[in-house]
Design a protein around this ligand. Structure first.
Ligand code: ADE
Length: 223
């Protein structure tokens, strides 16, 4: 899981707040070539990951953790990953990510061990590793101590009433003729907060009308 050893997830691992271990399903192969896939019954293109190495890998994890952790199968057929799922998964002590490769995984293995099937979007990738890393990143940053105060103080998109983040500016005041909005320099905290909320609403309406509709529904009674 190389991609996770840098930046914030890397720091979290060094601090012992998070640990990620890759299990090689090939280590649970039943033959001398370490193969874990075979032709599909009924014919057709591609190979299928066999049930035994997949289930045995999971059983090995269960033995090690003395638990039956939730097992997330990454697949374009799963429920689309979103922030609320990340929040739910962040409450689990252990998680298993089953990354398919070839054409698919023997259905019996999926029936036996998978608790959640998750997609990271409507496109097909070559394997589940990148989606697993995307999920691990989103989940890790919700764990206590992973973000420092400054990082977590940032008002997040989807955090505040399900709205997108308002625009941010830093020095200089004038960049190639583009000026920082006046209100941000006023020092008037109530006006700044009002402006940011308006911007967040405006942006959400423009960029994500789907989220804006939800926001309107949720706030109908309040406005
Ligand atoms: N495996 C291949 N494509 C995928 C996707 N979009 N999401 C999750 N897992 C996948």
């Amino acid at each position: 899981m190389n991609g996770l050893s840098t930046s914030i997830t890397g720091r979290a691992m060094n601090k012992g707040l998070l640990s990620v271990e890759a299990i090689n399903i090939r280590d649970f192969s039943h033959d001398k070539h370490q193969s874990v896939d075979d032709y599909p019954y009924g014919g057709g293109a591609g190979m299928v990951m066999q049930a035994a190495p997949v289930v045995e890998s999971y059983e090995y994890i269960c033995q090690k953790t003395k638990k039956k952790p939730r097992c997330i199968y990454l697949s374009p057929q799963g429920k689309t990953f979103h922030q609320r799922m990340a929040e739910e998964f962040s409450k689990e002590e252990d998680l298993v990510f089953l990354c398919g490769h070839y054409e698919g995984v023997d259905e019996r293995a999926l029936e036996m061990i998978v608790t959640d099937e998750v997609s990271i979007g409507d496109y097909v990738l070559t394997g589940g590793e990148l989606p697993a890393m995307v999920m691990i990143d989103a989940i890790s940053r919700l764990l206590p101590g992973v973000l420092n105060n400054e990082e977590s103080a940032v008002t997040e998109s989807f955090g505040l009433d399900g709205l997108l983040e308002y625009p941010q500016y830093s020095r200089p005041e004038d960049f190639r003729g583009r000026k920082v909005p006046e209100v941000l320099m006023s020092g008037h905290h109530a006006n700044i907060a009002k402006w940011r909320k308006e911007q967040a609403i405006f942006r959400t309406k423009e960029k994500r009308p789907d989220l804006y509709e939800k926001y309107l529904l949720n706030n109908r009674t309040k406005t």
